[in-house]
Design a protein around this ligand. Structure first.
Ligand SMILES: Nc1ncnc2c1ncn2[C@@H]1O[C@H](COP(=O)(O)OP(=O)(O)OP(=O)(O)O)[C@@H](O)[C@H]1O
Ligand SMILES: [Mg+2]
Length: 257
């Protein structure tokens, strides 16, 4: 079982969207996933609840997938580790923990409980600084571990990326368009370990709040003639997220070390 925590010093950096996206990809792969909502704002819990209240516009309401559970975060560290152990015993393949923005001690506990910490960031100069600050925070935290082999993997994920950039990601960056400050930040950012797959900016991911995981959104669209015409873009999003999830799975799990 793999445990992923999604953290950022910055609020609104795309943490919860990344959590929901990876959960969708894990479902598509047939993996049992448990989401733990470590943000007191309860965005993930709310996601589950909103699904039950969704308007199904004349089609048979879809069921929330059994392979995906959503729960609130235990209040103590001991209970958290117990809960993670219990999920493993239940045969869960993946646990994804959402955290709140900022540098709270609660987020540190949730990061330390993970095999992999993901730091989502929009590819915007103002946010790179925050991604770098998040890496510094996490590295300091991991440096304090007695046994360095306990330190989670740490990766940046570029999200909310304009489609144009996704399309030209492998072409040269127009460096002349950047200010000296931006170039400096970009240099630093390029030194962070990051996942190659970018999550594109997409209205479909903004609509996550309404229709549960993308696998369910696809089923839903396929259930009506009008929806079938619009299923392609959702499948495309799921493809990006599946590629990200494949990368995550390819990282060496801590338990394999
Ligand atoms: N790939 C994306 N495409 C389009 N919109 C996105 C994408 N990722 C995030 N967003 C939007 O950006 C906003 C912030 O995203 P999200 O809620 O995932 O961030 P967060 O880090 O969880 O925020 P918070 O710190 O408040 O919990 C949301 O409105 C979300 O819909
Ligand atoms: Mg959030």
């Amino acid at each position: 079982m793999k445990v992923i925590s999604v953290v950022s010093t910055k609020g609104g950096s795309g943490k919860t969207t990344t959590v929901m996206g990876l959960a969708s990809a894990a479902l598509a792969a047939g993996h049992r996933t448990a989401l733990i909502d470590g943000d007191s704002n309860g965005q993930v819990i709310g996601w589950r609840q909103a699904f039950d209240q969704a308007m199904w516009k004349g089609i048979e309401p879809k069921a929330w997938p059994e392979a995906l559970t959503v729960e609130s975060c235990p209040t103590s560290t001991d209970e958290l580790y117990e809960r993670i152990g219990a999920l493993e015993d239940e045969g869960v393949d993946l646990v994804i923990i959402d955290t709140r923005g900022g540098t709270g001690g609660d987020s540190e506990t949730l990061a330390l409980a993970a095999d992999l910490v993901l730091v989502p960031t929009r590819p915007v100069a103002g946010e790179w600084r925050q991604a770098i600050a998040t890496f510094e925070w996490m590295r300091q935290l991991f440096d304090g571990l007695e046994d360095q082999s306990d330190a989670p993997d740490l990766r940046a994920v570029f999200t909310n990326v304009p489609q144009k950039i996704v399309a030209s990601a492998r072409k040269a960056v127009p460096f002349s368009d950047l200010t000296a400050n931006e170039r400096h930040l970009l240099d630093q950012l390029a030194q962070l370990p990051f996942l190659e797959t970018m999550i594109p900016q997409s209205k479909i991911l903004q609509d996550f709040a309404d229709y549960g995981p993308l696998t369910t959104a696809i089923e839903m669209r396929k259930a009506s003639r009008a929806g079938r015409l619009h299923v392609g873009p959702v499948e495309d999003q799921l493809m990006f997220l599946t590629s990200l999830y494949d990368e995550v799975q390819a990282l060496d799990a801590r338990e394999a070390a």
